[in-house]
Design a protein around this ligand. Structure first.
Ligand SMILES: Cc1cc2nc3c(=O)[nH]c(=O)nc-3n(C[C@H](O)[C@H](O)[C@H](O)COP(=O)(O)OP(=O)(O)OC[C@H]3O[C@@H](n4cnc5c(N)ncnc54)[C@H](O)[C@@H]3O)c2cc1C
Length: 109
């Protein structure tokens, strides 16, 4: 069973970072994996309000946010062109589209 004592929706990255310094805190991504485990979590930190679900592209840099879903990664055209479809191939076997719409890059790392 998975149980949580306190839920906090972080307002800033700094707040999330500080909350996560406690050993029994967990960052909450898509909650696909954590909820299947046996854990007692003191504080669960929701970072969905921090704008980390984006992929930012410039000429030379692609920044992938921790809350970006596996599905977003899979569908990004520039990544497909740059890596010859390798990123799509790496995630397309992971369960199904509904799952990949929720599981996050940060949680997977
Ligand atoms: C039925 C099932 C089948 C699966 N099959 C595969 C498979 O075939 N191949 C594969 O590679 N994976 C597979 N997985 C794993 C799946 O890819 C991961 O569960 C998922 O990607 C984790 O992301 P999440 O957002 O759900 O993380 P969560 O479950 O929310 O979190 C997992 C961990 O990551 C931390 N975390 C979460 N979000 C962040 C963040 N944004 N930044 C930092 N830390 C964070 C949490 O604190 C926690 O410790 C499977 C999982 C399930 C449940």
């Amino acid at each position: 069973m998975f149980s949580v004592n306190q839920y906090v929706k972080a307002r800033t990255l700094k707040e999330a970072y500080e909350l996560n310094q406690a050993r029994n805190s967990r960052v909450m991504g898509g909650m696909m994996w954590m909820r299947l485990g046996n854990a007692r979590v003191q504080t669960i930190i929701d970072i969905s309000g921090l704008g980390l679900d984006q992929i930012e592209e410039t000429d030379h840099v692609i920044k992938i946010g921790a809350m970006c879903t596996l599905r977003t990664l899979e569908q990004r055209e520039r990544l497909r062109k740059m890596y010859g479809g390798a990123i799509q191939e790496a995630v397309r076997h992971i369960v199904g589209v509904q799952f990949r719409n929720q599981a996050t890059v940060g949680g997977s790392i």
